[in-house]
Design a binder for this molecule. Sequence first.
Ligand code: ZN
Length: 335
Amino acid sequence: MSYPKVELHCHMDGAIPDRLFVKYCRQDGLCKPETSDEEWIKAHVMSETMSLSECMGLFALLTGLLQNEERLEEVSFELLKDMYESGSKLVELRFSPQSHANEHMSMEDAVKAVLRGREKALQVYPDMVCGFLLCMMNLGQDLGTIENNTRTILLAKKYKGHGVVGIDLAGDELATPIENYEAQFELAQRLGVNYTIHAGESGPASNVAFAIRQNGGRIGHGIHSIEDEKVVDELVRKAVLLEVSVTSNYFSRCVDSLDAHPIRKLWDKGVMININTDDPGLMGISLKHEYDVIKEHFGFNEKDFILSNLYSARASFCPGKEKIIAQLTQALHEA
Ligand SMILES: [Zn+2]
């Protein structure tokens, strides 16, 4: 059966389509002419044997490739196109404007560039529903980062209604205590800016408890909630959606093995789950791959998948999602 897929947790830098990744690396002279495209791509995808610092190095390389407006616009357009063509009809992409600001491009220029790419995609696929989340970064509590994170919230407010649908807190969850960001979520709330929070990915269940208290309605990963039954109960009681990425959690060693991933346990306890790739380019995976893994390893059936997409559509921050909700409701009745 075909039903629209809803993907809410995908980092644009980690999702650069292979063809563009190779093109940019060649343009920047990073890849030797004698190296084939396939060899180059293979050497730059994550695997379960890679160390965390190697993985961070790979992500930094990807961000480094997207330091001008032309490429940001191109990746935004091409990525949305690929996602639509592969069945994702309601999509939220995320990126961190401060990681792309440089002497030639401000944070706002970076936001405007990705929004131009989104406009182009909507011209080709007018029935696609898509928006951008702007990521604040957990890099530490230096003044520059605090300022940039506040700027990120203000940009999300300014471009709300023009393709930006909210903010996120990304970066290293363990860099500084997540509680330090409370004032910024309060500001976002005051300004009417939606937010999701990376919590309980590499960090403990108490981070998920913090994120639940911020009332954003969604949490990035949140899988370590499984370590505290009370936190899981709160997720269910407050109807919080977890944006889960199984392969990413495995590759980044947030779970001991693929089969140790708590997705099935959380689902069976009644937690609403959204299925995502997180960083498909970096991981060398597709959304279909994630569905296959979840079906094979965790026994999700068609009805589970439709229900998961319905929960996700309801929790999406994108305006215009009603038709997708209606299609999923219909698909659920027919399943
Ligand atoms: Zn993420």
